[in-house]
Every structure is written in structure tokens, then in C-alpha cells.
Design a protein around this ligand. Sequence first.
Ligand code: PMP
Length: 355
Amino acid sequence: MKHNFGAGPCILPKEVFQEAAQAVIDFNNSGLSILEISHRSKDFEQVVIETEALVRELLAVPADYSVLFLQGGASQQFAMVPMNLLPEGGKAAYLDTGVWASKAAKEASKLGNVEIVASSSDKNYTYIPKVFTVPTDAAYFHYTSNNTIYGTEIFEAPKVNVPLVVDMSSDILSRTINVADYDLIYAGAQKNMGPAGVTLVIVKNDILGKSGRTIPAIFDYRSHALAGSMYNTPPVYSIYVSMLNLRWLKAKGGIEVIERENIIKARTLYDEIDRNPFFRGTANLEDRSRMNVSFVMDTAEQEAEFLELAKERGLIGIKGHRSVGGFRASIYNALTLSSINALVDAMKEFEERYK
Ligand code: PMP
């Protein structure tokens, strides 16, 4: 048995894979594959409608927000956000909590002025800066709620007086949020929503159309909102598999249920990291992520040996990102507590061997 701790694309529920595989052969008993049908067919239109309805229901999205399924990943959103929200010569504020946050700011700086309100780069992004001031003349404030590489997370939406934009790529659908606290939420799907290839955008309609810029239609949120995410051929299969995954989440009891499980999973793993003398967490205690758990050992030899043991136990994808080293266990929605326990058992086994 494999326990998939990969950071993304990542684990999805087995039953989702099974149903998704079936649809490649025969979609809805139509005698056709999902891969060969028109995106304008009734059957597929229904998929988009249901996927949007599930997002709206699970996250309680208010009626004055559009829910969009786009392409280009979260990285395209780094550019689309300023294209749509930042006037020529205007200013946007960014919180720098890691590589993704800083890439987002870099893209915005190509279109206007960017003010970095605070950064944790001084300590390799192991903490979340808490004290900062967002200029009131900023067109928006952007932050990253979960820093996938470093294992830090911001649970509370910052209170600011300008439109609030968040990259929730690696923690969307893992915990309850109040969508109305935000003006624009985006997330590459390939963690908790579905497979790679589709990007979720939830945007408050009345912030759009105010930048005064000429925006190519494909990069204009309004084109996609007007066309119900069918402005051009959407990523049909990625949306379909996301729908199956959202159905799975709903059947489980929704976000509150998964959040409770995620809290227990994260606590179980962090408790072992804190107890076991061979391991050490890298993120600041109060900023620890519930999705990506980063930890190290004292020596490179120990780490190589633990990685070998992990491999023998079927623990996949725990090698840390090159900029942090050590290990990163990504413990997304579909990863079960039994997989966490398998990792904890391997850590205990290592301790037994050497203590
Ligand atoms: N933001 C965050 C928080 C991420 O974790 C990632 C990718 N892991 C990205 C942005 C970039 O996403 P994409 O590859 O979909 O462009």
C-alpha cells in the first residue's frame, strides 16, 4: 500500500479515481468517452453547473460572487489579478510569505507599483509576519493563505480597508472560510479540489471593470463570468474530476467535517515531531500549516536513512522542497489518518533503532 504525501498534484480519493476512469471509457452510459464529447453538449453543461453548485454550497459563496473555472494555474492568476484590479500607475500591496507570494508580487510589479508590506524572507519564510500596514490607496491587498513549500498557514483573513485577494491554492476546501471576507479567492485545483488543469476563482462581481485597463478577453474575469466558464473550451476532464471530488467531500459531510479530520491529522503528526528527539519542525509553532508539515533531522545521513525507511513503508512524496530540505508531509483532504499513523510509526521505528 502506498501513502501519498505529495505536495501537488496529490492524493485524491480512490473512489474518485475509479469513477473518473470509468468516464474515460463510457461517460454517463452514453457510449462515449468524456474525452470525446463536446464541451457544449448537454451532459457536459450539466457537469459545469453541478461543479459550480457544489463549490457554492460547500463554501457558502454569496450570490454576488462569480465562481469561475479557468486555466493557466495559480501562476496565471498572479498576472490576471493585477490585469483586472490594478489601474495604470496604481499601487498594489503584497505580503511576502514565500516563493509563491513573491512570484505573485513580481508579476504585479510588471503592471504597476507593488508595496511589500512585510516579508518573512529574513528567516527563510518559517513564520508569518503579523504586524504590517496596508496603504489605504492600494488597489488591493494580496496574500497567500497557505505556504505550500514552508508549511505555514494564515487562518484568519487579515482585516484591511482595501479589496482583499488571496491565493488559497493549497488550503481551499480544507477548512471553513467566510467568503464574504474576501474580494477574490483563487486556487489551482491540484491539491484539494481535483486534478491539475483547472483553477478556481471566486470573485466579487462589483470589484471588476474598475481598473480602466484594456484587458485581452481571455484574461478578463468578466468574459469568463458572462460565459459561465465557457468563454473558450474549458478543461473538460479536470472540471469533471473536480466535480466527483466535490461530491465526495459533500457526501463526507462537507468542509466542517473535513476540517475536524484535518485538525486531528495535523495534530497527530506534529505531536510526534515534537515528541521524537530525532525530528524537528521547521515552521514557527503558531504558524504551522494543517496541509503541509515540514520537518528536518540533525544530519543529512539520518535524513537519507529515514527516507529509505519511509520508502520501504510505502510513504511517498515526503522529501522536502529543495529550498527547505528535510521532509514535507502534505496531508490534504483525501489523505487518511491511517496514512498519518503509518508515517508516525516509521518515525517511532527510527527512534527505536537509534536511541
Ligand atoms: N500558489 C501556491 C500556494 C502553490 O502551492 C502553487 C503550486 N504548488 C502555486 C501558487 C502555483 O500554482 P500553479 O502551478 O497551478 O501555477
